[in-house]
Design a protein around this ligand. Structure first.
Ligand code: SIN
Length: 262
């Protein structure tokens, strides 16, 4: 991964990410700069608005576009414990394409990451739930930005999207971005989203990674949700991420697809 990819190889790797949704490359002992250079061959880096505000990021002087992930007790303690499944960059517009996450320091036991296949979830829904989701939009509200004094619009996307490259129907709800079904009463919205969340938790839709130092996980944020397992006590765990953007505005109806000019 230290070498630049030819355009043909880059397109081949991109196609693998889109097709398989998550891929893992082991033993990639690369630097942050090399990780950033590799990832940004697939899209522009998403510059996180909190990057400069977060203590952890500032202290380490990370390159623009590189984020460290810290255990939730340190910075994300306010997120309800039950709901941790999310898609990186769903709160941006257009949404993020892929994340490139590298294991830098990982515990010997625990600290796995799990992905769920958003297409499998949708296909597995009972017809009753599929019908209820049809036509609904759900908010992706990054409330922590407002709490940090950063103004950012609340984005809403269809609850079910059609993948712009594969044409697959996918559940697209980010459970840490304070989802609320647009136009619905809060309680009704919560009731439906709780039912959907039960589907996300089904292990038959999951893929679980045991990290090793030097593992690089790459995934398509449009077709997966993910969560990290915080079962490693005080052992150090450090993973570093680059998220790259797309020009993709998620849509339910492929005939009404809207893609921003590159
Ligand atoms: C994340 O939750 O975005 C990062 C996943 C991880 O820490 O493994």
């Amino acid at each position: 991964l230290r070498e630049p990819l030819t355009p043909e190889l880059r397109d081949e790797v991109r196609a693998l990410i889109v097709q398989h949704k998550v891929i893992f490359l082991r033993d990639q002992h690369i630097t942050r700069e090399q990780q950033l250079a590799f990832a940004t061959q697939f899209g522009p880096p998403v510059i996180h608005p909190l990057q400069k505000l977060k203590e952890t990021q500032r202290k380490e002087d990370l390159p623009q576009g590189m984020h460290t992930i810290v255990p939730p007790t340190a910075e994300y303690g306010h997120i309800p414990k039950r709901r941790t499944w999310h898609s990186d960059g769903s709160w941006t517009y257009p949404v993020a394409f892929a994340s490139f996450l590298r294991g830098v320091e990982v515990p010997e036991v625990g600290g796995d990451t799990i992905w769920v296949d958003a297409g499998a979830i949708y296909r597995g829904l009972p017809d009753r739930l599929k019908a209820r989701l049809e036509g609904l939009y759900v908010t992706h509200e990054y409330k922590e930005l407002a709490l940090s004094g950063i103004s950012h619009p609340i984005v809403a996307h269809p609850a079910v999207i059609n993948h712009s490259e594969t044409g697959e129907d996918l559940l697209y709800v980010d459970f840490i971005m304070h989802p609320w079904i647009v136009g619905w009463d809060r309680a009704d919205s919560e009731a439906l989203l709780s039912e959907i969340y039960e589907e996300v938790l089904r292990p038959e839709y999951h893929l679980r990674l045991k990290w090793k130092k030097g593992t690089l996980a790459i995934w398509d944020n449009r077709s997966t949700l993910h969560t990290a397992i915080h079962d490693y006590g005080d052992y150090p765990r450090r993973v570093e991420r680059v998220v790259v953007g797309s020009n993709d505005v998620p849509s339910r109806d492929p005939s009404k697809r809207f893609v921003l000019p590159a």
